[in-house]
Design a protein around this ligand. Structure first.
Ligand SMILES: Nc1ncnc2c1ncn2[C@@H]1O[C@H](COP(=O)(O)OP(=O)(O)O)[C@@H](O)[C@H]1O
Ligand SMILES: [Mg+2]
Length: 271
């Protein structure tokens, strides 16, 4: 069973296919990692799914989402799907949040747009609950804070809370941890894994960093120059990569045993 299946998905600017006939699928509740270096076509793939490509791009191929062909729906139907069934989390939460509204107002609006006839008071309570759920401490107070009053990691939690407010079947996270330092990255990845477990939402996790998907993804595709060079379960690909490009990417990932090997005893001992 698949929730989303792309076949021959192609995104073209002028004469260049920046996404060049790729196939992949996402299982309900599963996590697909899309990995590749910068410029390989990962973001264009996610924007093609969301129907949010720049107007200078053309899209071809097929994207089946739970039986709906996304390349055939009207803009109005697509807006309904975006606001409701597929949510996105971007790399830079500051550019997706409005600086002039409190985070509570923004989460509450996302919540209300998904449900008709919800009072402001109920939406505010739902926003606090959503902030609690993504482990923002003192949610009852922080709900009235503005985006700039949050750290990068906390802002990403706010974005995840907003994404969850519509109870999506699919969350697309495009480099959600790239702007964060390593410790905070791990916390956000834990949160995404927890969210997936608790809500049953499927996840497409896009990253240039193989270490990021190693913990979270069930299935992987590796992209290069708009093509898929390797596809399989994360386990297969990490233990036995087939494409030379994947091997090169894996060699670039720091391993825990490498760092232990680097901790050589200091000759001579303490003075
Ligand atoms: N508006 C645009 N016009 C022309 N080419 C673009 C445009 N936006 C992105 N591209 C090109 O599309 C390719 C894929 O970009 P992108 O999907 O953003 O890569 P990734 O997310 O993997 O870093 C890149 O080579 C980029 O230069
Ligand atoms: Mg990108």
């Amino acid at each position: 069973m698949t929730l989303l299946q792309a076949k021959g998905l192609t995104v073209t600017f002028g004469a260049t296919n920046v996404v060049d006939g790729i196939d992949f699928e996402v299982r309900p509740g599963g996590t697909l990692g899309i990995v590749g270096e910068s410029g390989s076509g990962k973001s264009m793939t996610s924007l093609a799914i969301m129907g949010l490509l720049p107007s200078s791009a053309t899209r071809a191929g097929s994207i089946d989402f739970a039986g709906t062909e996304l390349t055939k729906v009207t803009e109005r139907q697509m807006r309904a799907i975006r606001g409701d069934r597929i949510a996105m989390v971007f790399q830079d939460p500051l550019s997706s949040l409005n600086p002039y509204y409190t985070v509570g107002t923004q989460i509450a609006e996302a919540y209300r747009s998904h449900r008709s006839g919800v009072s402001r008071k109920a939406a505010r309570a739902a926003a606090i609950e959503a902030m609690d759920r993504v482990h923002i401490k003192d949610a009852g107070k922080r709900v009235d804070d503005y985006p700039h009053q949050f750290s990068g990691g906390m802002r990403q939690r706010v974005m995840i809370a907003m994404a969850l407010s519509t109870e999506p079947e699919l969350i697309i996270a495009d480099e959600p941890t790239t702007a964060l330092d390593v410790t905070v990255q791990a916390q956000i990845l834990d949160l995404l894994a927890e969210v997936r477990r608790d809500t049953g939402a499927a996840l497409i996790l896009i990253t240039h960093d193989l270490a990021v998907v190693s913990e979270v993804a069930d299935d992987l595709i590796v992209m290069r120059h708009g093509r898929v060079v390797e596809t399989g379960t994360a386990e297969q690909i990490f233990s036995d990569p087939q494409a030379p490009y994947t091997q090169a990417l894996l060699d670039a990932v720091p391993r825990i045993d490498d760092s232990i090997g680097d901790l050589r005893p200091v000759p001579g001992g303490p003075a």
